[in-house]
Design a binder for this molecule. Sequence first.
Ligand SMILES: Cc1ncc(COP(=O)(O)O)c(C=O)c1O
Length: 396
Amino acid sequence: MSILDKFGGLKQSYGTLQALGADPFAVSFDSVLSPVEATIGQRRVLVFGSNNYLGLTFNPQIVEDGVTALRAFGSGTTGSRIANGTYQGHAALERRLAKFLGRRHAMIFTTGYQANLAMMSTLVGKDDHLLIDADSHASIYDGCRLGASQVIRFRHNDADDLARRLRRLEGSPGHRLIVVEGIYSMLGDRGAIAEIAAVKRETGAYLLVDEAHSLGVLGRHGRGAAEEAGVEGDVDFVVGTFSKSLGAIGGFCVSDIDDFDILRVTSRPYMFTASLPPAVVATTLSALSVIEAQPALRERLLANASQLYHGLAKAGFQLGPQVSPIVSVKLPDIPAAAAFWGALLEAGIYVNLALPPATPTAEPLLRTSVTAAHTEAQIDQAVTAITAVGAKLGVI
Ligand SMILES: Cc1ncc(COP(=O)(O)O)c(C=O)c1O
């Protein structure tokens, strides 16, 4: 008997996946040639499975700024913000994020995951209610478990269901905090932010939007889905991450609420972990400058998203409901998805294999994504390869 025996069922499923020739968890990029090209083993691949939406990871100025900070401040802070881990760069990045998002306060975290852990567990307490979209990211669910509030899930993107559930709470004590995402990471669909903001206004709840996949992607200035929907004024807390369009790692929350800084001494995911290393802080600051200075990158990204989405739709694939940089192909079952993923890798196209329960429905997904750095020719190449494999496997 082993302490890990409880994972026997999972081990068996994983073994089945490997027997089908697909082991997405074992992929290692041996070299990264650009934001969209890499080698996996001896094979050169086009990367259509990242969150590098603006393709900034090799931007010369950003890399240079990271190297300069690395030389000046060293490789790490070796401490948490409340003990010994605040450097001037952290404060500068917080000021910069607050300004970019038009808010008075900002806090940064070591990952986006921790930003959500912190907010879900600290903004609401045991007499309060968290109302979360059913398709919320794992970090939102895990944050609920870390906190003590009552958690209510409403149907994905369904403002009426949310309103019904809020009405049922009438007369009960405490605050209500609604949590939604700007773009949902699996199917690439946008959050129904305008409708949800209307419910927030009617019910007096607080609203938090996780713009992890929409920051730098949506809105005239790249501030995200709430900017695109014209409801930024209704959003009380914006959470985001540096690991996607900003090309680094880290997370943040901004707000206009008074006393926001009290969260610095009450949020365990902020207090009990080391702060971001100086090079990461510097590249993130630098990437924010690029987002502000180059709106054309966003236009390029959305044109690329449209090319990939319409190319795959025309080929006959079942996709998510909207054009976005995340274009997911729905597949009938796990063997088909695994075979598809493996055949694409053979063909030099790297995408993400997403399996239930990590997917919103029982269907497995081939999650593809584009960046501003892909060329039209590369997107054509991906559509051709995906279509050929889909036809061969009888998916289309
Ligand atoms: C919606 C959402 N929120 C938060 C996170 C966590 O961000 P990070 O990976 O930067 O920790 C993710 C990650 O994919 C996400 O999709």
